[in-house]
Design a protein. Structure first.
Lengths: 371, 391
C-alpha cells in the first residue's frame, strides 16, 4: 500500500516535472505578428499587453499589422496559399465564430490555455457567457452607440434611441453604419416592437420590410459610414447632428479631443472583441502565440487596458481593478458601456440570429440602399 | 498709372460678362453658405449693378478699383470674418479691374488688330478653360497643406484656424511623423524599397526597349505586349496573382518580393519612354562606332546611352514614383514587416483620421516637386550642353 502510494507519488512528480520542463523549454518563435485595428485601440493593447510582455520577454520582436477589418478574407487567402503570416489576430466575436467554423482559427481550452482569475475563479467562470466560441478569447466588451452635437440639439439633448428617427426635433444629418446589423434592431424598436420580440419580428419577411420602411423615413438624412473613424470626423466637422459609432471613439472625441459632443447610451449594442490564433502555424509560433495570449488576457492586463480606452474588460474579475485614465486622470468606470448608469437599456449582439440571417438581410439592405 | 484710356465699350457688352463672372463667384460663396442658387443670383445681380455704376458714375479706374475692393472685403468680413475679408478683397480687386479691362477695350491689346470678335472670345474662353482645369487638379493638393498644421486631430478647418489664430495651428502632426516609430519604419521601408525597384526597372526596361527596337527580333509585338501588361491589367489582379505565386515560392512577405513586384510594375514605364526616345535615335551612329572599332558594349555606353538618357531618366522617375506611391500590391505581396508609407497612410486614413497623414502628404508633395524640378533642370542642362535645344 505504502509502496504503491510512493510509486504513484513519485510517478506523478516525474510526470509533472517533465511537463513543467517541457513547457519551460518548448521552443518558442521569437517573432510574432499581431493583427489589430490600429488607432487608439491598438495603442491601448500596446500599452496594456505588449509592452509589459516585451519587458518580460526581451528577445521577442512584435510586428503589428492593422488588418483586422479584413481578417476573415485575408486568413482565407493565406490558408489557400499555404502561407499564414499572422500569429495572433484581434477580431470581433462574429468574425471569430466564422473563422472557427471554417477551421481557420485554432480551438482553445480555457482551463489550460488561459490564466485563472485573480480572485481564484477558473478562466471559464471568469469569462462566463462571453466565451461565445471555442476559438475566441474575449478581451473587451464594447458597444455601438450614438454621439450627438451638444450645440445642435437645443435644450433637449436626446435621451432616447428614437431620437435618430425624430427629424423634426433634431433636424440635420445622421450617420449610421452601412450594414443592417444594429440599424434594423433600432428601427423596429422605434416602430413600436417590444424589445424582446425584436428578433422574432426581424426573422420574418414583413418584419424586415417594416424595419427598412422605418429606416426609409430618414434615408435622405443619413450619411452611411463604414470605418470607425468616420462618425467622429463628421461630428467634429458639424456635418451631422448625431451618429452611431463605437463608444471608445466617442470617449476619445469627448474627453480627449474636447469636442462639443454628448453620448446617447440608450439601446446601445454590446459586442465583443478578442483574440484568435490562426490554424496552420508551426509549433514554435503557436507556442509563442499561446504564451502571449495567456499573459495578455489575465485579470490585471485586461483591467489595465481600460486605462487607455473606455472599453470594458471581458473578465468579471477585472472589473474591480479598473482605475483611472492614464493621461487624463479621470475615473474610467463611469465611461464603461457596462457601467450600470449607462447600461439601463442594452442589446447584446445576437450572434446566432445574425449568423443565420446575415447574408439574406444584408442582400435586402444593400438593394434597399441602392434604390 | 498712365493716363487712363477712355471707356469705349457699351454697357450692354461689359455688364453681362461681368455678371457672368459674378455668378461664378456667387456660386462658390453661395455653396459655402448652403445656398448655391441664391449665391448665383446675388453674385450676378450685384456685380452687374456695380459694373454699370462704375462705367457711368466712376469712369476713373483707380477710385473705382479701391472702392470695389473695400466693398467686397466688408461683405466678406460680414459673411466669414477675417478669411472672408481676404477673399472678399481679392474678389473685389478682380471685379474692379475686370470691369475696366473690358470697358476700355484693353483686352484686345495683346491680340493682332485683325482678329474677329469670335476669335477674341475663343482666345479668352480657352484660357478660362485651362485655368479651370488647373484649379480642378491643384485644389485637392493645396487644401491638404494648411490642414496639416491643424492643432486638432481632425480633417477640419477649426474656427481658430479660420480666424488665423496661432492657437489653431501646430506642428504636432509633423512631430508625430518624425518621432513615431510606425511612421519612421514605414518611411525607411519606402526609402529602401523604391530605389532598388527603380534600379531593376531601369536596367531591365532599358535593355528590353533596346532589344525590342531591333527590327530582326521575332515576336516583338507579342513580347512588348506581355512586358507592358502590368500597366494595363488592373492592379488588383496583378496583386492577387503575385500573392499566390510569391507565396508558393517563398517570396511573399519578404523585402525581395516587394522589390521584385514593384520592379515589374515599373518596367512598362521605362520601356515606353525609352522606346519613344529610340525612335529619334539614328542607327547609323552605332554602325559608325562599330566601323571605328568600338565593340557593342562601348558603343552602347559611349554613343547610344548618352543620347537616350532623357528617356531613361524620365522612365526611372515614373518607376520610382510608382513604387513610392503604390499601396495595392504591397498590401498583398508585403507582410506587416514591409509596411511602406502609402500602406501606413491607408491604415491611418481608415482607422483613425489623423492629420499626420496630411503632414506626410505635404512632405511628399514637397519632395516630389523638388525631385521633378531637379530632374527637369538636369535634363535641360544636358540638352543645352549637347546643343540639342536652343537657348
Amino acid at each position: 500500500m505504502k509502496l504503491t502510494t510512493a510509486l504513484l507519488a513519485s510517478g506523478a512528480l516525474a510526470v509533472s516535472t517533465a511537463a513543467a520542463f517541457a513547457e519551460a523549454h518548448m521552443k518558442m518563435a521569437n517573432e510574432m505578428t499581431i493583427v489589430s485595428w490600429g488607432g487608439a485601440y491598438q495603442k491601448s493593447q500596446l500599452k496594456a499587453y505588449v509592452e509589459p510582455y516585451l519587458e518580460a520577454n526581451p528577445d521577442v520582436k512584435v510586428i503589428w499589422d492593422e488588418s483586422s477589418a479584413e481578417a476573415v478574407a485575408k486568413l482565407r487567402a493565406m490558408n489557400e496559399a499555404g502561407n499564414v503570416t499572422w500569429d495572433v489576430v484581434d477580431v470581433v466575436a462574429s468574425d471569430g465564430i466564422r473563422l472557427c467554423d471554417e477551421g481557420l482559427a485554432a480551438e482553445i481550452d480555457p482551463e489550460v490555455d488561459l490564466a485563472k482569475g485573480d480572485d481564484g475563479s477558473s478562466a471559464e467562470d471568469d469569462f462566463g457567457d462571453l466565451l461565445v466560441s471555442e476559438c475566441f478569447i474575449p478581451q473587451i466588451v464594447y458597444s455601438t452607440t450614438f454621439g450627438y452635437r451638444t450645440d445642435k440639439v437645443g435644450d433637449t439633448p436626446p435621451a432616447d434611441i428614437c431620437a435618430i428617427f425624430d427629424t423634426e426635433t433634431y433636424p440635420g444629418k445622421r450617420a449610421l453604419e452601412k450594414r443592417p446589423i444594429n440599424n434594423m434592431e433600432w428601427a423596429l424598436l422605434c416602430d413600436g416592437v417590444a424589445k424582446d420580440e425584436v428578433y422574432d419580428v426581424l426573422a420574418t419577411e414583413e418584419g424586415q420590410e417594416k424595419a427598412l420602411a422605418k429606416l426609409g423615413t430618414i434615408k435622405d438624412d443619413v450619411i452611411w459610414w463604414s470605418a470607425g473613424a468616420d462618425t467622429p470626423q463628421l461630428l467634429a466637422d458639424g456635418e451631422i447632428v448625431m451618429g452611431s459609432t463605437y463608444n471608445g471613439r466617442l470617449f476619445s472625441v469627448i474627453e480627449e479631443q474636447k469636442q462639443p459632443v454628448g453620448m446617447l447610451w440608450d439601446a446601445q449594442v454590446f459586442d465583443l472583441d478578442g483574440w484568435i490564433v490562426p490554424t496552420g502555424l508551426t509549433d514554435e509560433r503557436k507556442a509563442r502565440a499561446m504564451h502571449f495570449i495567456k499573459f495578455a488576457t489575465d485579470t490585471q492586463r485586461l483591467a489595465d487596458q481600460a486605462k487607455y480606452i473606455s472599453y470594458g474588460p471581458a473578465r468579471a474579475s477585472s472589473a474591480p481593478l479598473v482605475g483611472q485614465h492614464a493621461d487624463l486622470g479621470i475615473d474610467m468606470a463611469p465611461h464603461m458601456p457596462t457601467d450600470p448608469a449607462n447600461a439601463k437599456n442594452t442589446f447584446l449582439y445576437n450572434y446566432e440570429f445574425w449568423a443565420d440571417y446575415r447574408d439574406d438581410i444584408d442582400a435586402k439592405f444593400q438593394a434597399w440602399l441602392a434604390q | 498709372m498712365a493716363k487712363q484710356r477712355p471707356i469705349t465699350r457699351p454697357l450692354g457688352f461689359v455688364v453681362p460678362i461681368v455678371a457672368l463672372a459674378g455668378a461664378v463667384a456667387g456660386l462658390f460663396v453661395g455653396t459655402a453658405n448652403d445656398a448655391s442658387l441664391t449665391g448665383v443670383l446675388i453674385g450676378a445681380a450685384g456685380t452687374a449693378i456695380l459694373a454699370a455704376l462704375f462705367l457711368t458714375l466712376f469712369p476713373k479706374q483707380r477710385p473705382a478699383f479701391w472702392l470695389s475692393t473695400a466693398l467686397f472685403a466688408l461683405l466678406g468680413l460680414l459673411l466669414a470674418s477675417i478669411p472672408g475679408a481676404v477673399i472678399g478683397a481679392l474678389f473685389g480687386a478682380f471685379f474692379g479691374w475686370f470691369t475696366f479691362w473690358l470697358g476700355t477695350g484693353r483686352y484686345r491689346d495683346r491680340l493682332p488688330p485683325y482678329t474677329s470678335a469670335g476669335q477674341v472670345l475663343w482666345h479668352y474662353t480657352f484660357r478660362v478653360i485651362c485655368g479651370a482645369i488647373f484649379i480642378f487638379l491643384i485644389t485637392p493638393i493645396i487644401v491638404v497643406m494648411p490642414l496639416s498644421f491643424n492643432a486638432e486631430d481632425f480633417f477640419t478647418f477649426t474656427p481658430e484656424m479660420l480666424r488665423f489664430d496661432p492657437e489653431g495651428y501646430s506642428l504636432k502632426h509633423y512631430r508625430d511623423f518624425l518621432t513615431n516609430s510606425d511612421w519612421q519604419n514605414a518611411l525607411w521601408n519606402s526609402v529602401t524599397i523604391a530605389p532598388v525597384a527603380t534600379l531593376l526597372s531601369v536596367g531591365f526596361g532599358t535593355l528590353a526597349a533596346i532589344g525590342l527596337s531591333q527590327p530582326h527580333v521575332p515576336f516583338r509585338r507579342a513580347i512588348m505586349a506581355i512586358l507592358i501588361s502590368p500597366m494595363i491589367v488592373p492592379l488588383i489582379i496583378s496583386a492577387a496573382g503575385m500573392y499566390f505565386f510569391y507565396s508558393r515560392i517563398g517570396l511573399q512577405g519578404t523585402y525581395l518580393g516587394v522589390v521584385l513586384a514593384h520592379a515589374a510594375l515599373g518596367i512598362p514605364f521605362v520601356i515606353i519612354t525609352v522606346t519613344a526616345t529610340l525612335v529619334g535615335f539614328d542607327r547609323s551612329l552605332t554602325r559608325a562606332a562599330a566601323n571605328m572599332g568600338a565593340n557593342p558594349i562601348t558603343t552602347f555606353f559611349r554613343v547610344q546611352m548618352p543620347l537616350i538618357l532623357p528617356g531613361v531618366i524620365s522612365g526611372g522617375l515614373f518607376a520610382f514614383i510608382t513604387s513610392f506611391d503604390e499601396v495595392v500590391v504591397v498590401l498583398f505581396v508585403g507582410s506587416a514587416g514591409q509596411k511602406t508609407l502609402p500602406w501606413q497612410m491607408f491604415i491611418g486614413l481608415r482607422e483613425q483620421i489623423s492629420p499626420t497623414i496630411l503632414a506626410v502628404a505635404t512632405i511628399l508633395v514637397g519632395i516630389s516637386i523638388l525631385l521633378l524640378a531637379t530632374v527637369e533642370m538636369l535634363r535641360r542642362r544636358s540638352e543645352r550642353l549637347r546643343g540639342l535645344s536652343p537657348a
